[in-house]
Design a protein around this ligand. Structure first.
Ligand code: GUN
Length: 278
């Protein structure tokens, strides 16, 4: 029987470990969460991040800015927070409104407080194997694999998707863990054939149920990063779970797989930021 990788349970275990560490070591951390505009999905994510902070025993400060906020004002707030010793981590919820340059915002956050791991310095550090903040979703996938007992070293890993937030850092992390890594994307020829080589297949394509059994080697570990709402109101991933399940040795469900890990890893980064030498 394939293992269903329980991201909910693993994320709770991580948050409980952090809660204990924060209490035992008397760690003082405060996360600044900035949201510009009121995109409903962002409001839910931001709310969940604040709840997680409260759960592990760190502070959070919310900055809910109107949609019309100028880039200059947002940069000014980030600058103030960078200089504020009370604030250990800063997060600007994405997407930001179109009149604000996301790259400029990401680069304005101090790399010492970059709990999302999106700053070019953080990405560069990951690339050359230096200590730094790592993007939460791919970091969470590594935790899922390790805590499920999946060996990474020497394995063929195929990542489908090359976004800056998931695909690229995912490939770098698998490489750092000594996997042999292939990154596929929308222009890849014979995608199914390449995916079928994977011992570990990580789908971050953004297309509901695209990955069918045709893409999966018998006994592969399948990680599904996608989350989509279907017409019947239920959630599904990038992987056609029912079709793929019996061909895997382990698989993440949607919901309850990768999703809960993102916030758990954000909390790991917040605790790390508090301990980081400023
Ligand atoms: N929007 C969607 N995912 C994320 C994330 O991980 N961090 C931030 N800041 N915004 C997001």
């Amino acid at each position: 029987m394939p293992t269903i990788i329980d991201g909910k349970a693993i994320s709770t275990a991580i948050k409980d470990e952090l809660k204990k560490e924060v209490a035992d070591r008397n760690i003082k951390a405060t996360l600044a969460v900035i949201q510009v505009g009121n995109d409903p999905a962002s409001t839910v994510y931001v709310g969940n991040k604040k709840k997680a902070c409260a759960y592990i025993g760190i502070g959070s400060k919310s900055y809910e800015l109107p949609e019309e906020t100028t880039e200059e004002d947002l940069l000014g707030l980030i600058d103030d927070l960078n200089k504020d010793d009370e604030i250990s981590g800063i997060l600007v919820q994405l997407p930001v409104p179109k009149h604000i340059n996301e790259k400029k915002i990401t680069a304005a956050i101090s790399p010492l407080k970059d709990v999302d791991g999106f700053h070019p310095e953080s990405v560069g550090r990951l690339c050359i194997g230096q200590e730094g903040f790592v993007s939460c979703t791919p970091a969470g996938i590594i935790e899922l694999l390790k805590r499920t007992g999946v060996e990474i070293e020497g394995k063929e890993c195929v990542v489908i998707g090359r976004s800056n937030i998931v695909g690229k850092p995912m490939a770098l992390l698998m490489l750092a863990n000594n996997a042999t890594v292939t990154v596929c994307h929308s222009r890849t020829k014979d995608l199914a054939g390449i995916c079928k080589r994977a011992d570990i297949l990580i789908a971050a394509v953004g297309k509901p149920k695209m990955i069918t059994s045709e893409y999966v080697k018998e006994g592969a570990v399948v990680i599904d990063v996608g989350i989509h709402r279907m017409e019947n109101g239920k959630l599904c991933g990038d992987v056609d779970y029912d079709d793929v399940y019996e061909h895997t040795s382990a698989i993440t469900p949607v919901p309850g797989g990768v999703g809960p890990m993102t916030i758990a890893m954000l909390m790991v980064n917040c605790v790390k930021a508090a301990a980081w030498e400023k």
